[in-house]
Design a protein around this ligand. Sequence first.
Ligand code: 5PA
Length: 332
Amino acid sequence: MHPKIASLLSRFPRIELIRWETPVQYLPKVSAKLGVDVYVKRDDLTGFGIGGNKVRKLEFLLGDAMAKGCDTVITTGAVHSNHAFVTALAAKSLGLDAVLVLRGKEQMKGNYLLDRLMGIETRVFDVDKTGDLWPIAREVAEELKKAGRKPYLIPAGGASPVGTLGYVRAAGEIHSQMKGLGVEFDSVVDAVGSGGTLAGLILGSALIEAPWKVFGMDVGGFVEGLSERVRNLALDAAGLLGVKVEVPEPEIRDYGFGAYGKIVKEVAELIRFVGTSEGIILDPVYTGKAFYGLMDLAERGELGERVLFIHTGGFPGVFHYGEEMLKLIQKA
Ligand code: 5PA
């Protein structure tokens, strides 16, 4: 851990959900194919629930919720939301209640199946992708307050300044691991949904003057004005930390293939390639699209000689969309 980041974060309450530094692993086959050294930070192995990036944010979000004496966590997402499931699971493990306000149709697969299996309270609304769940979440909070509860609202994806601290911390972890490996990364690449992961990486990297440039792969216009939103999240998190730092304009590239959650053949084939060559399973909504973007940009020479991909998890998405992917591959 970079000492500057450790010291800046020390005054924020954090619940330790991750008990190790996630490994950084070299990908020999992918690197040979691209002629660029590709490493993966295995944040799919954060180790709580289904793992993934959300666990890093939750360490700080739930730390804040507990410090404020809240007893119920409310958050939102799609029915297939990785964030929603792991948030509720972590809340429950700490003795808190959780209510998930979800968008879409109930389908007994992927994360929704896990929600139900774990007895998590879900409220599902069949609104379209642009439908805002936040007012509904606030209503639920009001309802709980009237019943004498103390709710803690977490925005979709945990994208708040407090949640962003999780990836500020990750930047410090990456820095010390890079030194340990004796290499220098030219670029760090991650999938961008709600933006908190990218915002934290950008801020953390700026704070320690990291040698790498951070690239965010937009997986399908999940939110309007993504670049501005990411920058504002990074600036707000810097405000929280009480630091003055130059936050660069986010470098975001569109690899959404037209829509968030759209399952495409190119990504399904890439998931098969990375799985069968490196033993790493990517998902079709986030990490598969982001890795596609990484390979495309690396081939164009935009990422330098050494690239680090953040595997942000999302494994249940394979089971939510597996049949769809299989049909696309079999058509070939
Ligand atoms: C998600 C998001 P950010 O939301 O921090 O930008 O992270 C993107 C991301 N990888 C990357 C995986 C596996 C993700 O699940 N997921 C959301 C969810 O509801 O699960 C917030 C959209």
